[in-house]
Design a binder for this molecule. Structure first.
Ligand code: 5GP
Ligand code: ZN
Length: 113
């Protein structure tokens, strides 16, 4: 989808600092980091949100979790990290392409705002 920001990052139209890439997934550093480590893990396929993911997408969703786990290890988040999937308007989603936030490098508060 050419009007989707993250699809444009996947196609190279918009540059991003990549942390990981394979055939189906891409991870890149958030432009406005909310923690010392803030990486977004996304499917290359356009899926608008977790709510919009179909049965057939959940192998891919599991793969994204695996990529997040691997990155957390590589980025030495040994004391812990947080994965966030903002979904829909009340969920705080601002980019309509499924993404997992990988946050780490500081203690996280709870509950989220
Ligand atoms: P959301 O609010 O949808 O959960 O997360 C979207 C995230 O994308 C935000 O944390 C925001 O900082 C990040 N973001 C928005 N535009 C860009 C961009 O052009 N490049 C990168 N690397 N991150 C972006
Ligand atoms: Zn997209």
């Amino acid at each position: 989808m050419e009007d989707c920001l993250f699809c444009r990052i996947v196609s190279g139209g918009i540059p991003a600092k990549k942390a990981y890439e394979d055939e189906t997934a891409l991870a890149f550093y958030d432009i406005d980091p909310k923690a010392p480590v803030h990486v977004l893990v996304i499917p290359k396929k356009h899926i608008a949100s977790l709510a919009a993911a179909g049965e057939e997408d959940f192998g891919l969703v599991t793969h994204l979790m695996r990529v997040a786990q691997r990155l957390a290890k590589e980025l030495k988040l040994d004391n812990g990290f947080r994965l966030v999937v903002n979904t829909g308007r009340e969920g705080g989603q601002t980019v309509a392409h499924l993404h997992i936030h990988l946050l780490g490098g500081r203690a996280m508060g709870w509950p989220p705002g």
